[in-house]
Design a protein around this ligand. Structure first.
Ligand SMILES: O=C(NC/C=C/[C@H]1O[C@@H](n2cnc3cncnc32)[C@H](O)[C@@H]1O)c1cc([N+](=O)[O-])cc(O)c1O
Ligand SMILES: [Mg+2]
Length: 214
C-alpha cells in the first residue's frame, strides 16, 4: 500500500533534518509542507506566536491536545527548561509512531510523552495516572468542536490553576466558535487574540490565548 502523507513527511525529516537539532526538524517540515504537500502543522508563522506564549508561560508541565505529526510538540519541547515536560494526546494510531519518530529525530524524546487515546478519556486520568497537579500551559489543536468540551473537562478535573495559560490554534479557520464563546466574556478567563494566517497559506487565521483566573 502506498505511503501516507504523514509517512512522507517523516521520510523527509528522516532524510533531511540534522539529528538532535529541533530547528532543522521544524525547518524541514515547513519546507516540505509549503513546497510539496500542505499539512495541518501549526507552521512557521503561527509557530512564532506559539513560541512567544510558551516562553511567557515557561511551563514545568505542558499539555497538547492533538499531536498529529509532532511539529508543535517539537516546537514547544525545544523551549522547555531542563526538568519540564510536555504531554501530548493523540488518538490516531497511525500518527503516534510518526510523531514519536519525529520527536526522537529532534532529540526531544526525554521531554515529550505521547498519550495515545481520546483527550476526553485521558484528561480525567492525568492526575491519578500521571501524578499531575495542575497544568501550566495547554495547546489546543485537535478537532475544533472538542476545544470547548475539553477545556470544561480540564476545569472540572481541577487541572487548571490561577495563571494556567491556554493557547488555541485555528480560531478563524477552521474556527472554534464554541471555545471562543466559553472563554470570552467569562470572568474566569482573560483572553488575547493573535491574528495571523493559516499555515503555509495566505488565508487569515488566528490564535487565542486564554489565561485561567481561578
Ligand atoms: O482540523 C484541524 N486540526 C484537527 C487536528 C486533529 C489532530 O488531533 C487528533 N485528535 C483530534 N481529536 C482528538 C481527541 N483526542 C486526541 N487526539 C485527537 C487527530 O487524530 C489529529 O491528529 C486543522 C485543520 C486546518 N485546516 O486548514 O483545515 C488547519 C489546522 O491548523 C488544523 O489544526
Ligand atoms: Mg491547527
Amino acid at each position: 500500500m502506498d505511503q501516507s502523507k504523514e509517512q512522507r513527511i517523516l521520510n523527509s525529516v528522516s532524510y533531511n533534518a540534522i539529528k538532535g537539532d529541533p530547528e532543522s526538524v521544524l525547518a524541514c517540515i515547513d519546507k516540505y509542507c509549503s513546497q510539496n504537500e500542505w499539512a495541518m502543522n501549526v507552521g512557521d508563522e503561527k509557530g512564532l506566536i506559539l513560541d512567544k506564549i510558551v516562553k511567557e508561560a515557561d511551563p514545568t508541565v505542558a499539555l497538547e491536545l492533538g499531536t498529529y505529526c509532532g511539529y508543535s510538540a517539537v516546537r514547544i519541547a525545544r523551549l522547555l527548561k531542563p526538568n519540564a515536560r510536555l504531554f501530548s494526546i493523540e488518538f490516531n494510531a497511525e500518527f503516534v509512531p510518526i510523531a514519536k519518530e519525529i520527536i526522537e529525530i529532534a532529540g526531544l524524546q526525554d521531554k515529550v510523552t505521547i498519550l495515545e487515546g481520546h483527550a476526553q478519556d485521558i484528561i480525567p486520568r492525568l492526575k491519578t495516572q500521571y501524578n499531575m497537579d495542575t497544568l501550566d500551559f495547554v495547546f489546543l489543536d485537535h478537532w475544533k468542536d472538542r476545544y470547548a468540551p475539553d477545556t470544561i473537562l480540564l476545569e472540572e478535573c481541577g487541572l487548571l490553576r490561577k495563571g494556567s495559560i491556554l493557547l488555541a490554534d485555528n480560531i478563524i479557520f477552521p474556527g472554534a466558535p464554541d471555545f471562543l464563546k466559553h472563554v470570552r466574556n467569562n470572568i474566569h478567563y482573560e483572553c488575547t487574540h493573535y491574528p495571523s494566517h493559516l499555515e503555509y497559506m495566505k488565508a487569515p487565521d488566528a490564535m487565542e490565548k486564554a489565561v485561567y483566573l481561578g
